[in-house]
Design a protein around this ligand. Sequence first.
Ligand code: GRG
Length: 298
Amino acid sequence: MTASDTTLFPPEIESFRDRIDSQLDIYSELDGDCPDHLREAIRYCLLAPGKRIRPLLVLTAAKMCGGDLSNAMPAACAVEMIHNYSLIHDDLPAMDDDELRRGRPTCHVKFGEATAILAGDSLIPMAFGILSRDIQPPEIAVQCIEKLALASGPTRLVGGQADDLNLQFAAADVRSLEHIHRRKTGALLTVSLEMGALTASADAELRNSLIKYGENLGLAFQIVDDLLDLRGSQAKMGKKIGKDAALGKQTYPAVLGESASEDRARQMIEDAIDALTPFGEGAKALELLANFVVNRTQ
Ligand code: GRG
């Protein structure tokens, strides 16, 4: 997969992609006190051709709430950094032990395990530094820091990952799967929308509508991810597929069956779109994105 293949979003969202990539490039230049091999590893992962769903959600939410894209951009880059750290660490031998990510060797395969751990570690303070420095006014910056810290911490992203690793060989039901994925996958997607709305100083009704959309989108995203791991294409996904079954992981298709998983994902996408009612016509971009998520092949 190359960057030019990743035209997955409606045009009005796609047009933000280059700006996100340029800003990530600037943010990861890092001065001479950062060792060259560490900088190289950080940039190798961060600038790799990902789908950029989370930063695109930040910018789209900000736009829908009448905000200024340049004030939302630091939040867009910060959440992509946290996401990238989580991918680097998830790929490590101690976790999912993956050799391929975004169509390239994973960070630890290319740079060694110690550098991969440190590259992931680096992205966390980089993200919070950017939020504290570049979002105005400072009260909104503090709210973004608080929300992203919660979403990426031990009760959300990290906790969901910990439970997912522990559940690997246990019997699961839909409730326990959803409890994991609301935290592991859903929290970062939802906080992306929330930060976009915050940087636009949106009112509580609009923020809550985006949060509800994000929660449903997150679960649907994970169901589709599980289905793609079962029947997707390695070339399109840019990572090894069939790993969940090989590891004995509990997935939606394993628990519910493929067809019921598809139905559930579609229902969640409908619920996500319904949550956008307060935005009226302004919701078009997120409706298209929701439909993309459920129909995606990569
Ligand atoms: C190590 C704390 C920690 C968490 C890891 C990222 C993660 C949590 C697990 C990855 C396993 C996985 C397949 C999760 C499903 C959803 C997900 C996060 C997929 C990857 O996100 P995409 O598809 O990736 O947005 P790109 O590469 O497009 O950015």
